[in-house]
Design a protein around this ligand. Structure first.
Ligand SMILES: C[S@@+](CC[C@H](N)C(=O)[O-])C[C@H]1O[C@@H](n2cnc3c(N)ncnc32)[C@H](O)[C@@H]1O
Length: 262
C-alpha cells in the first residue's frame, strides 16, 4: 500500500492522466501482476514471442514504435533495442520500473502521449473525434506494435462520459475510438503487429461460464494469425467464487517497404 502511494506521487505524468485515473490503474496493473504472476506468465510469454517473430519478419529496422508499453511486462526490450536503431515506447504512464529498465539503453525513449488525441477533452467532460496518431505516420517507423491497448482505448472515455451524453452516442463513441486505432494501423506503411484482448469470460468456481462480453465495443474482431487466453484474474483475485479470462488475438502485417530501401 505504501509502495503504491509512493509510486502515485513519484511517477511523472500529465495532470489529465492522473485526473482520469490512469495512473492509479497503471499502478493497479503492476500490483495485480505481482499477485497473479504465475497465471499471467503464459500470456506475457506469448506476447513477447509474437513481438520477437515480428522483429524477425521486419527487414528494415530504423524505428520501432510500441504503443501501450506501460510497465514493459510483455515487451522483449533488449531484443527490440538490439534490433532497431531507435525504440519509441508510447504510453500515458511510464512507471518508474519501466524507466529503470531502459536506463542503460540510450536508443530507447519514452513518449508520453494519448494515441487517440481525445483524452484531454474527455477529462473536461467533452467528447471529441479521435485523430490519427502522428507518430504512426513517421516514415522512419519500420515496425509499429499495439500492445494490449485496443481494448483499453474506450474504457476511460466511457467511464468519464457515462451520464453526460446519451447511451447511444457513448456506444458510438466507443466504437469510433476502436475503429480509429485500427484505421491508423491500416494506413501505416510500417510493418504492424496488433496484439489485443478482445473478449472477457467470467466463470464460477466450477468452471461454468457466467458472463461473456466484447472488449472492443462489440465490433467484429480483427482478423488474427494467433490467439490465446490470458488468465487475468483467477479466483480469488476478484472474489473467491469467480475467475476472469481474456481471449487475446495477434495479427502481423508486413510493411509496404520499397525495394530500394531493403
Ligand atoms: C493492458 S496495459 C498494456 C500492458 C503493458 N504492455 C505492460 O506490460 O504493462 C494497456 C496500456 O495502455 C495504456 N493506454 C490506455 N489508453 C491509452 C491511450 N489512449 N494512449 C496511450 N496509452 C494508453 C495504459 O496506460 C496501459 O499502460
Amino acid at each position: 500500500m505504501i509502495g503504491e502511494a509512493l509510486a502515485w506521487l513519484a511517477t511523472p505524468c500529465p495532470f489529465y492522466v492522473r485526473r482520469l485515473g490512469l495512473l492509479t490503474e497503471s499502478i493497479a496493473i503492476s500490483a495485480r501482476h505481482r499477485r497473479c504472476r504465475a497465471a499471467w506468465a503464459p500470456h506475457l510469454a506469448a506476447t513477447r514471442q509474437v513481438i520477437l517473430d515480428a522483429i524477425a519478419r521486419t527487414p528494415r529496422r530504423r524505428t520501432a514504435l510500441v504503443m501501450g508499453s506501460g510497465a514493459l511486462l510483455d515487451v522483449p526490450l533488449e531484443e527490440l533495442a538490439d534490433a532497431f536503431e531507435r525504440v519509441l515506447l508510447v504510453d500515458l504512464v511510464h512507471p518508474w520500473t519501466a524507466r529503470l529498465k531502459t536506463r542503460h539503453l540510450p536508443q530507447v525513449m519514452h513518449v508520453t502521449d494519448d494515441v487517440t488525441g481525445t483524452l484531454e477533452a474527455v477529462a473536461r467532460g467533452e467528447l471529441v473525434r479521435p485523430r490519427p496518431f502522428p507518430l504512426l505516420a513517421d516514415p522512419e517507423v519500420d515496425l509499429a506494435v499495439s500492445l494490449n491497448l485496443l481494448s483499453q482505448i474506450p474504457v476511460v472515455p466511457v467511464r468519464r462520459l457515462d451520464g453526460r451524453i446519451d447511451d447511444a452516442r457513448l456506444a458510438a463513441a466507443a466504437q469510433n475510438l476502436v475503429k480509429s486505432h485500427l484505421a491508423d494501423f491500416d494506413r501505416s506503411r510500417a510493418a504492424t503487429l496488433l496484439v489485443s484482448d478482445v473478449e472477457r469470460v467470467v466463470t464460477d468456481r466450477n468452471g461454468q461460464e457466467i458472463e461473456r462480453a466484447s472488449l472492443i465495443a462489440d465490433l467484429a474482431e480483427p482478423r488474427a494469425d494467433r490467439e490465446w487466453w490470458w488468465d487475468i484474474a483467477p479466483a480469488p483475485e476478484i472474489d473467491s467464487n469467480s475467475s476472469e479470462r481474456r481471449r487475446v488475438v495477434a495479427r502481423f502485417v508486413p510493411g509496404a517497404f520499397g525495394g530500394e530501401s531493403l
